[in-house]
Ligand binder design. Structure first.
Ligand code: FES
Length: 97
């Protein structure tokens, strides 16, 4: 079942196809607020924070998405697959370390 992801800062709504990552959907619809990098869960460029909604997360590098960030909703959008509608934030940068 397709879902939607809304980008809080812009109000832009991204349509998510079945099995499509948040990043791929954003790219397909020209949403540049979510940045595109390796697409493999390794670089962290596509990191956003999910403010509401449920999702499955594929394999992500612990170096760029440590457990404490994951625990408060940060995700790598290239490895994020929605299971409900989502609201995401592109502004809430993680604590760079
Ligand atoms: S694009 Fe590199 S981790 Fe998502």
């Amino acid at each position: 079942m397709p879902y939607q992801a809304q980008v809080r800062e812009t109000g832009k709504v991204i349509d998510l196809r079945d099995g499509e990552s948040l990043l791929d959907a954003a790219t397909r619809q020209g949403v540049t607020a979510i940045h595109r990098g390796c697409r493999g869960g390794g670089c962290g460029v596509c990191k956003v924070r999910v403010l509401s909604g449920a999702y499955a997360l594929g394999k992500c590098s612990v170096a760029v998405l440590p457990p404490d960030e994951r625990g408060v909703g940060f995700v790598l959008s290239c490895k994020t697959f929605a299971s409900t509608d989502l609201v995401v934030s592109t502004e809430a940068e993680s604590q760079d370390r």
